[in-house]
Design a protein around this ligand. Structure first.
Ligand code: PLP
Length: 401
């Protein structure tokens, strides 16, 4: 495994964690890691079974505790995210909740970025509050605000960068240093950047979580999540919150994700190339007030993006001049791109938060958090760039003309 860490990203994505030898197959080794679609494992003697219960490393007992297909995926994830160990979970929220439950204890306090994925915000703002765990939300793009919010009982610093949907960036190295100085566990949701766009652990962050539903699996076929970090943390998560609360990935979803991961670097490169061209096109369009893409020199934190990101990703956010009507009009007229939530798919997905994901948020609060009525988020897919641009152009033109 150590040598796999020195290989290139494409080679890691394809080979890391996969067996080169087999103790069970007499004639050849399956080229694709097989799927162990079973809930439990059979033993031939009481002594064998007792040993498996005593020493978990010695074998598989029950799929909620461990399964060979999950483990191939976990080894691959650990190598790709440059962490010691990894855990696959049933969903991105399974990863977020398991990581938080592992890092926190009764009465602890969290400092978190104010713009977070909505369900993560709800876990911190509502669910954990019920158990006496408080969260202070700060604009972590200003790291001084993180430092100021830390209390004696703070246990966790929780971040997302780039943020959803405004694509703001947090200085991860500086944030990790603050967390270390105060003995906090730093956790980042790296779903938007993927391990190909940014390597938080190399920048000093303790724990990475993912919604593998997105870029990592890539084809929109599964709901899945991941936790990557030090072996001690991952083992505690696996043997505690994951196993007991039960957000375990199914072998089939682990297997699909495993195959999705093999093409992640290739897909991500293409997502980034498409997004860079499309962002440049949108920035010059008369119907658009502004475009946010970390790779554009006009992004307010472009310098930080260049410094800490290896690639700028496939997400673009823009503000239409015509507000909500223009936003609804644009998504109504799309012919190739799909009106859908989620991201990181091979297909281009577009959403208009004001009329969908944030429609329940009062207009003044939406305005306050920057989710304005003309805001549109694009997850750029892998179609030919010219075709995506042509679709956007006709949808934008039919409004302006
Ligand atoms: N984190 C981010 C940044 C997301 O965008 C999402 C879902 O959109 C999640 C976590 C939750 O992931 P899942 O739907 O796989 O539970």
């Amino acid at each position: 495994m150590t040598s796999q860490r020195n290989l290139g990203k494409n080679t890691q994505a394809i080979h890391a964690g996969e067996a080169r030898t087999s103790t069970t197959e007499k004639s050849g080794i399956p080229l694709l890691p097989p799927i162990y679609q079973n809930s439990t494992f059979r033993f031939t003697t009481a002594a064998e079974c007792a040993e498996a219960f005593r020493d978990e490393e010695s074998g598989y007992v029950y799929t909620r505790w461990g399964n060979p297909t999950q483990e191939v995926l976990e080894k691959k994830l650990a190598v790709l995210e440059a962490g010691e160990d990894a855990l696959a979970t049933a969903s991105g929220m399974g990863a977020v909740s398991t990581a938080l439950l592992t890092a926190l204890a009764e009465g602890g306090h969290v400092v978190a970025m104010e713009n977070l994925y909505s369900a993560t915000f709800q876990i911190l703002n509502e669910e954990l509050q019920r158990f006496g765990i408080e969260t202070t939300f700060v604009d972590a793009t200003d790291t001084a605000q993180i430092e100021r919010a830390i209390r004696d009982d703070t246990k966790v610093l929780y971040l997302e960068s780039p943020t959803n949907p405004l694509l703001k960036l947090i200085d991860l190295r500086a944030s990790a240093e603050i967390a270390k100085a105060h003995g906090l566990t730093s956790i980042i949701d790296n779903t938007f950047a993927t391990p190909c766009g940014q390597q938080p652990i190399a920048l000093g962050i303790d724990v990475v979580v993912h919604s593998m539903t997105k870029y990592l699996s890539g084809t929109g076929a599964v709901i899945a999540g991941a936790i990557i970090g030090e072996k001690e943390f991952v083992t505690r998560a696996k043997e505690g919150a994951l196993r007991n609360f039960g957000a375990v990935i199914s072998p089939f979803n682990a297997w699909l994700t495993l195959h999705g991961l093999t093409t992640l670097p290739l897909r991500f490169t293409r997502h980034c190339e498409n997004a860079a061209r499309i962002a440049a096109f949108l920035e010059t369009h008369p119907a658009i007030a502004w475009v946010r893409y970390p790779g554009l020199p006009s992004h307010p934190q472009h310098e930080l993006a260049e410094h800490q990101m290896e690639a700028f990703g496939g997400m673009i956010t823009l503000e239409l001049k015509g507000g909500r009507t223009a936003g609804e009009h644009l998504v109504d007229r799309l012919q190739l791109c799909s009106l859908a939530v989620s991201l990181g798919d091979v297909r281009t997905l577009i959403c208009h938060p004001a009329s969908t994901t944030h429609s329940h948020v009062p207009a003044e609060i939406r305005q306050q958090i920057g989710v304005t009525d003309g805001l549109v988020r694009i997850s750029v897919g892998l179609e030919d760039t010219d075709d995506i641009i042509a679709d956007l152009e006709q949808a934008l033109q039919s409004h302006t003309s």
